[in-house]
Structure formats: structure tokens, C-alpha cells
Design a protein around this ligand. Structure first.
Ligand SMILES: Nc1nc2c(c(=O)[nH]1)N[C@H]1C(S)=C(S)[C@@H](COP(=O)(O)O)O[C@H]1N2
Ligand SMILES: [Mo]
Length: 320
């Protein structure tokens, strides 16, 4: 029998995203008024650094035609527990992350392991823009124009051996850059750092799986996982690991950070599935950030035509 632990991740479920964002707009309006008042507010939060522009042609066949989530929302309502558990922690505290220089080690069961500089990756693999929706396990979603390249050609380049069955993604471990990795951060220890995620090799090789370096025509803001993160649009958002330093080909299913924290709530597969409720809430519908109505959640987040065949013969209620 599993002993059900007391839920530790509740802040996000209490704050309704839409209310939260309109409250934020009020607050930033008040802050703007302060800045306008002479002699007041100069010492307020520093302006976020200008992000380098990044252009890429939109891949029409792999892009939604739905309205985009406002960039303001996509960059201020984030989950990035290395900065804290509140939605505005990543945008408030993200400046401590240094996205250059940055390398990604690609190793494990491969014939040609290699550590790539992120700028080298961006030169080696042609960038595309893809408009994907990302559906958080907390039942909200966003539609974001990501910029990146499919993971498959990178994996092929290092030549996976026959023993490679899974791909493990590891986020940077550095308490100097990620405040919540400091022992005793506000007395709160959330995940077992570093953040680790994983995919089966065929999922990782699927053409929808995008190694992502930008969004909205610019390089990734720190709060969205600079300088490089993965985006897997048919899975719950937490599979899309941010600020990746290592991609390792392994033979066993990786133990992910969320599985370690609460295995009864976060399975390895975590395919978006309206028929499988989270133990504490329904996954049947969702709120698109910026909309008021709830919309039904689609199997595989709407990508069933493209990915359902990966799971032929599997019981997706067991393999949640
Ligand atoms: N390293 C790391 N990656 C992470 C997370 C995190 O806390 N740490 N949160 C995940 C969750 S729960 C979601 S919903 C998405 C959010 O991505 P976004 O902020 O770019 O929308 O990032 C995922 N990647
Ligand atoms: Mo999420």
C-alpha cells in the first residue's frame, strides 16, 4: 500500500490563473504609476534584460492556427520550481540564471557522445517556429510560438546504441543560479534536485518533440527555461524540462523528479488524458490562459492523430 502523503503542491491550484493575471495587471499598473511619480519608484524591480531576436520560419503543418497566448502571460505565469512554487517566482527571480556560456552533454548509450555548446546546437540544426499548446497538469494551457528544432536529428548524430531505450533530461543543478536549490530555501524543500525528466526513445524521436531555444521571435526568457528546454506537446507540461544540461540515452526507464515526489500523482508517461483524473482533481477540461470559459481537454492534447500509435496495446489508465 502506498502511504498517501499530505499534498505539498497546492499554491497553484488555489489561485485561479485568470484572476491571478488580472490581479497582476492591476499591480503592474500601480507600479507604473509609481514610476511616473517623480522621485518615487526608481529603485523598483530592474527592467528585464532585452532578449535577442531569433527568427525562424513557421512550420505550418506542425502549428496550431489558434490565437496565441499573450507573451506577457506566457512569461509571468510559470512553473519553474527551481525559482519557487509561486507562478510569479520565475519571472521575479529568474535573473540569477546565466544562460551563456552553456553546454549540453549528450551521452549514455551512444557511439559518439558529445558536449555541445548551445550556440553550436543553434548553428547545427535549422530552427523552426512551431505553435504548440502546452497543457499543464494543473488544468490550464497556453498556445505558444516556440522556436527550436526536433530532437531526433541531434539524437541520431550521437548514434544511439542498441541498449538505448529511454532518454533522460537533466536540468542545471546550481544553487547560486536557482535559489530554491539552496538547502532550506524559505524552509521549503520541494523536489529532489536536479529536475529530471524522461521519455521513451521513440517518444523522444517523434517529430513533434522539440528542443526549444526561443519563443515569440526571441531567445527563451530565463523563466521559460533558457537557454534550452524540451517541449513535448502531447504530454502534461511538467515533462517539458527546462534549462537542460544533459541528455542521456539510458536502458532503464528514468526515475523522474515528480515520480520521486509523488508517484501516485505523476506517472512516467503523463500523456494528456481527459479520461484519467489526477487523484486530487479532474483532467477533463482546462482553461486556456486569457479565456474565461473552460474547454474540454483533448486526448494527447489534440495530437492523437500523430502520437496515439506510439501507445498501441498499452493500457493508458495504468500507464498514466
Ligand atoms: N526544470 C524544470 N522544468 C520544468 C518545470 C520545473 O519546475 N523545473 N516545470 C514544468 C511545468 S509543471 C510546466 S507546466 C512547464 C511550464 O513551461 P512554461 O513556463 O514555459 O509555460 O515547464 C515544465 N518544466
Ligand atoms: Mo505543469
Amino acid at each position: 500500500m502506498l502511504i498517501r502523503r499530505a499534498p505539498r503542491f497546492t499554491a497553484s491550484e488555489i489561485t485561479d490563473p485568470t484572476l491571478y493575471l488580472s490581479r497582476r495587471e492591476l499591480i503592474s499598473g500601480a507600479a507604473a504609476a509609481l514610476v511616473l511619480a517623480p522621485g518615487l519608484g526608481e529603485a523598483a524591480t530592474p527592467a528585464p534584460p532585452a532578449l535577442q531576436a531569433l527568427s525562424a520560419t513557421r512550420h505550418a503543418a506542425f502549428s496550431l492556427t489558434e490565437p496565441l497566448t499573450k507573451v506577457e502571460a506566457a512569461t509571468t505565469y510559470n512553473n519553474f520550481y527551481e525559482f519557487g512554487v509561486n507562478k510569479d517566482d520565475p519571472s521575479r527571480l529568474g535573473h540569477t540564471l546565466k544562460p551563456r556560456p552553456w553546454t549540453v552533454q549528450v551521452d549514455g548509450f551512444v557511439s559518439k557522445p558529445k558536449t555541445f555548446d548551445v550556440d553550436e546546437l543553434m548553428r547545427l540544426f535549422p530552427l523552426e517556429e512551431r505553435v504548440y499548446s502546452l497543457r499543464c497538469v494543473e488544468a490550464w494551457s497556453m498556445v505558444i510560438p516556440w522556436i527550436g528544432f526536433p530532437l531526433a536529428p541531434l539524437l541520431k548524430r550521437v548514434e544511439p546504441t542498441g541498449q538505448a531505450k529511454y532518454v533522460e533530461f537533466t536540468t542545471l543543478l546550481d544553487p547560486n543560479q536557482f535559489p530554491a536549490q539552496k538547502p532550506g530555501f524559505f524552509g521549503f524543500s520541494s523536489l529532489d534536485w536536479p529536475y529530471v525528466e524522461g521519455l521513451r526513445l521513440d517518444e523522444a524521436m517523434h517529430p513533434l518533440t522539440l528542443l526549444t531555444v526561443g519563443m515569440y521571435g526571441k531567445v527563451l526568457p530565463n523563466q521559460n527555461g533558457a537557454p534550452v528546454r524540451v517541449v513535448i506537446p502531447w504530454k502534461y507540461g511538467f515533462k517539458s524540462a527546462k534549462s537542460i544540461v544533459r541528455i542521456r540515452l539510458v536502458s532503464e526507464q528514468p526515475k523522474t523528479a515528480w515520480e520521486k515526489a509523488a508517484p501516485q500523482e505523476y506517472g512516467f508517461y503523463s500523456n494528456v488524458n481527459p479520461a484519467v483524473s489526477h487523484p486530487r482533481w479532474s483532467q477533463a477540461d482546462e482553461r486556456r490562459i486569457g479565456e474565461f470559459r473552460r474547454r474540454p481537454t483533448l486526448p494527447f492534447n489534440g495530437y492523437a492523430d500523430q502520437v496515439a500509435a506510439l501507445y498501441t496495446g498499452m493500457d493508458l489508465k495504468k500507464n498514466y
